[in-house]
Design a protein around this ligand. Structure first.
Ligand code: TRP
Ligand code: SF4
Length: 442
C-alpha cells in the first residue's frame, strides 16, 4: 500500500493504515492531561501521531515549540480544511508559535494553477476564512511558499540528502512526472523545518497537524531532518546510550563539545572512544535519549549543522462528504463550503446519506446507525461542543427515538449559525487580509 498525497481517495481503515506505516495511536494518555483537550482530540478524530510525546512535554513544561501547517489553495475551502485550523487554534491557546504556509508552489506544480490564481484563491478563500475562524495574523505567521526565500533555499539545500530512489519509493514518481511536482515535497520539507532556523525561533519541537494523506511528506521531512544531524544518539545493545558523531570533519571538537554538554546534564560516567567517534554513557536510561539528543542538537549550528529535531505530527480522519464519498471541492454536492449560504448548506444536508433505516417504522424498531451517518459526523467534528449533548444524539438515534428528518433539521440550524458567524467575520477581516498580502506578496 502507498499513501498518495495527491490522490482523491479516502481511507476506510485507519487502524490498518496506522499499523502499516508505523504511525502511533493517539491514545488518551497523550492528551488527557493537556489543558481543556479539544473535541477533535477527545473524540478520536485525531487518531494517530509521530513523536507527539515531545510536544506534550513542551506544552506541560511550557517550553518553546512551533506549529507549522499548510493548505493548498486549490478549490474552495470546506469543512474538511477547517479541522486543521481548529487544531491550530487550540494549540495556539496552549502557547504554540504558529506558522501557516500557503502552498502555492504545490498548487502550481501538482494542480495546474498559476501563481496568480492561487494568490486570489488564497486571499479570498483561505486567508479570509483562517482569520474568520479566529487566527490572528498578528499572532501567527502566514506566508506564501513562492515568496519565502528561506523556505525555498532550504528546500534546495536539504535535497542534498535525498535521492531519486527514495522519492520514487515514497511517491511513486516516474519518468513523466514534471520536475516542479517532484520538487514540491522538498518545498514542504522546507516549510516544516524552517521554523527551527535561528531567525524563526531556533531548534525546537515542531508539530505538523495534518490529514493522514500527508504522511509521506512527514516521513520525508523526518528522514531529512535526521540525515542532516551531526550527532546520533541511540541505545546500544548493552543498554547504554551511545552518542556518535556522524560526520568526518571536526570529530574531536564535536566529541569535546558533546562531552561538555553531557557533563552539564549531570552525566559523568562517560567512556569516550575517539576512534569510534563515540561517547558511551553508562548511567543513562532509555528515556534520556530524547533530552540528550535535543541538547546536542543545539551544538550543531556552531559546526555548520542545522541541528533539526525531527518534526512531530498528528493525523486526523477525513470527514465524509455528504454524498458518502470523500468531501471534495471538485464535487460541490459532497462538501459544505465555508462560503456556502445557509440555504445551500441546508439543501446538501437534507439530501445527505444518513445511517437511518429504510422506513420510519423500521427505524423506530431497529434504531439508526450514527457510526455510519454523515450527519452525525457533522455534529461530532464541527457542530456540537458538549460531549453529553453528542452522546444524547447517539443514544436516541440508536434507540430509534430520533428520526433523521428532525436530526437533519437540527444539523442545518446549527450549520446556519456557524456559516453566518463566519460570513460576518469574513466581512470584518478584509483589512487584515490586505495587510497580510501587502506584507507577504509584493
Ligand atoms: N501538502 C499540503 C496539502 O496538500 C499543503 C502543505 C504545504 C503543508 N506545506 C505544508 C501541510 C506543510 C503541512 C505542512 O494540503
Ligand atoms: Fe444519522 Fe441522525 Fe438519522 Fe441517526 S437520526 S441516522 S444520527 S441522521
Amino acid at each position: 500500500m502507498k499513501i498518495d498525497p495527491w490522490s482523491s481517495t479516502t481511507y476506510q481503515d485507519y487502524a490498518r493504515l496506522r499499523d502499516e506505516f508505523g504511525i502511533q495511536e493517539f491514545s488518551e494518555d497523550l492528551w488527557s492531561d493537556l489543558p481543556h483537550p479539544h473535541r477533535l482530540l477527545r473524540r478520536g478524530v485525531v487518531f494517530g501521531h509521530r513523536d507527539f510525546e515531545t510536544i506534550r512535554e513542551a506544552i506541560l513544561k511550557k517550553k518553546s515549540w512551533a506549529i507549522l501547517t499548510g493548505l493548498m489553495p486549490s478549490g474552495r475551502m470546506h469543512l474538511g480544511h477547517k479541522m486543521v485550523i481548529d487544531e491550530v487554534l487550540y494549540y495556539q491557546s496552549l502557547g504554540a508559535d504558529i506558522f501557516i504556509a500557503v502552498a502555492d508552489i504545490e498548487a502550481y506544480a501538482t494542480r495546474g494553477y498559476s501563481l496568480e490564481e492561487t494568490k486570489h484563491l488564497a486571499m479570498n478563500e483561505y486567508i479570509a476564512n483562517y482569520i474568520a475562524l479566529g487566527l490572528d495574523p498578528k499572532r501567527s505567521h502566514f506566508y506564501f511558499q513562492s515568496k519565502h526565500q528561506d523556505v525555498k533555499d532550504l528546500a534546495f539545500l536539504l535535497g542534498k540528502k535525498v535521492n531519486w530512489s527514495q522519492m520514487v519509493a515514497t511517491y511513486g514518481f516516474g519518468g513523466s512526472t514534471n520536475m516542479a511536482h517532484i520538487f514540491s515535497p522538498l518545498v514542504q520539507t522546507g516549510d516544516i523545518l524552517h521554523v527551527q532556523l535561528e531567525n524563526y525561533g531556533g531548534i525546537r519541537p515542531t508539530l505538523v497537524p495534518v490529514g493522514v494523506d500527508q504522511d509521506p511528506h512527514i516521513r520525508l521531512s523526518r528522514d531529512i531532518a535526521q540525515a542532516h544531524r551531526l550527532y546520533n544518539v541511540t541505545m546500544t545493545k548493552d543498554d547504554k546510550i551511545g552518542v556518535f558523531v556522524k560526520v568526518d570533519t571536526n570529530v574531536k571538537e564535536l566529541l569535546d563539545a558533546a562531552e561538555k554538554t553531557l557533563h552539564t546534564l549531570q552525566f559523568t560516567d562517560l567512556k569516550r572512544i575517539t576512534d569510534y567517534k563515540a561517547i558511551y554513557i553508562n548511567t543513562a536510561k532509555e528515556n534520556d535519549v530524547l533530552s540528550i539528543d535535543e541538547a546536542l542538537a543545539h551544538i550543531e549550528p556552531s559546526f555548520h549543522g542545522y541541528g533539526f529535531l525531527q518534526p512531530s505530527s498528528t493525523y486526523h480522519r477525513f470527514i465524509t462528504g455528504l454524498t458518502g464519498e470523500k468531501m471534495s471541492s471538485s464535487k460541490p454536492e459532497s462538501a459544505i463550503f465555508l462560503t456556502d449560504t445557509p440555504q445551500e448548506a441546508e439543501k446538501k444536508i437534507m439530501n445527505a446519506k444518513t445511517g437511518g433505516a429504510v422506513s420510519l417504522q423500521e427505524q423506530r424498531k431497529t434504531g439508526g446507525k450514527p457510526d455510519e451517518c454523515v450527519i452525525y459526523e457533522l455534529f461530532l467534528y464541527h457542530l456540537i461542543e458538549d460531549d453529553n449533548e453528542l452522546k444524547g444524539i447517539y443514544m436516541s438515534c440508536t434507540k430509534g427515538e430520533l428520526m433523521c428528518g428532525i436530526c437533519k433539521k437540527r444539523a442545518a440550524e446549527q450549520m446556519e449559525r456557524l456559516l453566518l458567524d463566519l460570513q460576518e467575520k469574513r466581512k470584518k477581516a478584509t483589512k487584515q487580509i490586505q495587510e497580510v498580502l501587502r506584507e507577504h506578496y509584493s
